[in-house]
Design a protein around this ligand. Structure first.
Ligand code: KIV
Ligand code: ZN
Length: 514
C-alpha cells in the first residue's frame, strides 16, 4: 500500500534557538542547516528575520547556502515582519514565509487585545501580503490547542482562501493531550470546506512530555507535516524531537500511514553538532541520541542481543548514525587532507586566515590525542571561528595542583582586552578553583546556573566538552569549551560564557506581543 509523504519541518534554528541561552551565530546556523539538508529535512525554519540584524543575516545566509530544502522565516502577521522575511529569503531556491497570530480567547483578549473579527482580518491580510513574496505561505494559529473550534474553522477557511498552503496548529503551551489534539485535526479537516487545499501541520511543545505523542496522534488524524527540532530543543521544555518522530514512523511502519525522506544515519552526528553548538548536552537516557540509547546493561538483555539482536533491539544503532565516527585524521595529516574532511562535513572557511587558526588548533589537538574524529573537528570549529560576540577574555594557560587531603589550587593566565592577567585561587575542586580565579579578574556578578562535562568521543583520550550557563539580570548564556584537559575545557567554557554575557542578548519579538 502506498503511503503519504510526511513533511519534516525542522525549527531547531528558530524555536530551538528560543531556549534560554541557546543562541547560535550565523555560521553555526549555516553548519547545522547543511547537516539538516544532508539528512533530507524538507523545510528548515532558519530564524525570525525581523528579530535582529543577526537573525536576518542568518536566514539570508542559510537561504543562499542550502539548495535542497525549503528555507522558511517566521513573521508575525504584520507587514514589516513579512517584508523582512521576504527580503531574507530572496535568494532561496525554495522559500517559505511562516506567519502567525494567536487565536485562543485568552491570547486574543489579553495579549493581542483585539476582537476575534480583527484577528481574522490581520491573518488574511498577512497571508495575502506574504503571497507577494512567495507562493509558499504557512499560517499558524498560535495557541491552537486552546482555541475554539468554530473560530478555528473560520480563520483557517479564510487564510486558505487568502493563499496559505500550510495550516499549522501549534500546541504553543504544551497543553494538548494526544487523543484530543489528534481529533482537532480530523474534525477541522472534515469540517472546513477548502481544507483539501492545504497541508495540516503539527507544532507541539513538551511541557507535559507529550510533544512527540501529540504530533504522532495528529498524523493518525490527517496531519502531513510535523514541526520538530533536533534533540527536542525549544522554548521551555522544548519541541517534539525530530529523531523520535522520524524513528517512530520508520520503526512502526505497520501503524503509521506515512513515510519521510529522512536519511536516518545523519541523526546522531547532527544531534552532536547541535549539542556542541548550543551547549545543551543530551541526557544519556534520551531516546535515539542519548549515550545509553542502545547500551544493554543487564546480563539477560546482553545475552539475548548476542543470540539474536531483535530479542531486545527494535532499531539498529548504526541506522541512526552511531559508530559512524570514522577515524579521520591524525598528527601527520596535512592542510589539504584536513580541509577536505571539513568540506565533507559541510564546513567551509571565510578566509585562509580563519582556516589557519583552526588548522593550528587541529595540530595542537593532534599532539595530545592520536585519533581525531569528526566530532573533534566540529568542536574545533565551534571553539575557533569568529562569532558575533566581542572576545574580551581569551584563555592563555593554567596550572592546577591536586593532592589528596589538600585543597586544589589553580593559577590561570588569561587575556583581558588584549592584556595578560594572572589570578590564583583555591577551591573545593580544580574546576571550582578555576572559576573562582577567573572571577577575581572578571567580577561578573553572574550566577552559575549549569555546569556539565561530556566526552566528545569514546575513550580516555577524548576531549571533554564543557557547558557553563551563566545568568545575570535576565540574560542567560551558555558558554562551551573543549579540551583533552577537562579543567582547561571548563576555563574556556567559563570565559566563552563571560564573553557572551558582555555582548548582551536579543529579545524575541514573539515574546513582545502582537
Ligand atoms: O509555539 C508556537 O506557537 C510557535 C509558533 C510561532 C509557530 O512557535
Ligand atoms: Zn513553538
Amino acid at each position: 500500500m502506498s503511503k503519504d509523504s510526511l513533511i519534516i519541518f525542522d525549527t531547531t534554528l528558530r524555536d530551538g534557538e528560543q531556549s534560554p541561552g541557546a543562541s547560535m551565530t550565523r555560521d553555526e546556523k549555516v553548519r547545522i542547516a547543511k547537516m539538516l539538508e544532508k539528512m533530507g529535512v524538507d523545510v528548515i525554519e532558519a530564524g525570525f528575520a525581523i528579530a535582529s540584524p543577526g537573525d536576518f543575516e542568518s536566514v539570508k545566509a542559510v537561504a543562499e547556502t542550502v539548495k535542497d530544502s525549503t528555507i522558511c522565516s517566521l513573521a508575525r502577521a504584520m507587514e514589516v515582519d513579512i517584508t523582512r522575511a521576504g527580503e531574507a529569503l530572496k535568494n532561496a531556491n525554495s522559500g517559505r514565509i511562516h506567519t502567525f497570530i494567536a487565536t485562543s480567547p485568552i491570547h486574543m483578549k489579553y495579549k493581542l487585545q483585539l476582537p476575534p473579527e480583527q484577528v481574522i482580518e490581520h491573518a488574511v491580510r498577512a497571508v495575502k501580503y506574504a503571497r507577494n513574496f512567495t507562493d509558499n505561505v504557512e499560517f499558524s494559529c498560535e495557541d491552537a490547542s486552546r482555541s475554539e473550534f468554530e473560530f478555528l474553522c473560520r480563520i483557517i477557511e479564510a487564510t486558505i482562501d487568502a493563499g496559505a498552503s500550510t495550516i499549522n496548529l501549534p500546541d504553543t503551551v504544551g497543553y494538548g493531550e494526544p487523543e484530543e489534539y489528534g481529533r482537532q485535526f480530523s474534525s477541522l479537516i472534515q469540517t472546513i470546506p477548502n481544507s483539501d487545499k492545504a497541508i495540516f501541520s503539527t507544532h507541539c511543545h513538551n511541557d507535559l512530555g507529550l510533544a512527540v505523542a501529540n504530533s504522532l496522534s495528529a498524523v493518525m488524524h490527517g496531519a502531513r507535516q510535523i514541526e520538530c527540532t533536533i534533540n527536542g530543543l525549544g522554548e521551555r521544555a522544548g519541541n517534539a524531537s525530530l529523531e523520535e518522530v522520524v524513528m517512530a514512523i520508520r520503526t512502526r511502519k505497520d501503524v503509521y500511514p506515512v513515510e519521510t525522506d529522512i536519511d536516518t544515519k545523519h541523526i546522531v552526528p547532527t544531534s552532536r553538532l547541535v549539542a556542541s553548538v548550543t551547549g545543551f548536552p543530551v541526557q544519556p537516557n534520551k531516546a535515539i541520541v542519548g549515550a545509553n540509547a542502545f547500551a544493554h546493561e543487564s546480563g539477560i538483555h546482553q545475552d539475548g542481543v548476542l543470540k539474536h539482536r531483535e530479542t531486545y533491539e527494535i532499531m539498529r544503532a548504526e541506522d541512526v548514525g552511531w559508530n559512524t565516527n570514522k577515524l579521520v585524521l591524525g598528527k601527520h595529516s596535512g592542510r589539504a587532507a584536513v580541509k577536505a574532511r571539513f568540506k565533507d562535513l559541510g564546513i567551509s572557511f571565510e578566509s585562509d586566515e580563519q582556516f589557519k587558526v583552526v588548522f593550528g588548533a587541529f595540530k595542537d589537538l593532534a599532539d595530545k590525542k592520536h585519533e581525531i574524529f569528526d566530532e573533534d573537528l566540529q568542536s574545533l570549529v565551534s571553539s575557533n571561528t569568529s562569532s558575533n560576540y566581542s572576545e574580551i577574555y581569551t584563555f592563555e594557560s593554567m596550572e592546577a595542583t591536586c593532592k589528596t587531603g589538600d585543597k586544589p589550587k589553580v593559577s590561570i593566565v588569561i587575556q583581558k582586552d588584549g592584556e595578560e592577567v594572572t589570578a590564583a585561587s583555591e577551591g573545593s575542586g580544580p574546576v571550582d578553583a578555576t572559576f573562582k580565579a577567573i572571577e577575581q579578574i572578571a567580577k561578573s556578578q553572574a550566577d552559575l546556573e549549569l555546569y556539565s562535562v561530556n566526552a566528545i568521543t569514546a575513550g580516555t583520550e577524548s576531549q571533554g566538552d564543557v557547558t557553563v550557563r551563566l545568568a545575570r539580570g535576565g540574560n542567560i548564556v551558555n558558554g562551551v569549551g573543549a579540551d583533552t584537559d577537562i579543567v582547561a575545557a571548563s576555563a574556556k567554557a567559563y570565559l566563552h560564557a563571560l564573553n557572551l554575557l558582555e555582548s548582551g542578548s536579543k529579545a524575541h519579538p514573539q515574546h513582545t506581543g502582537v
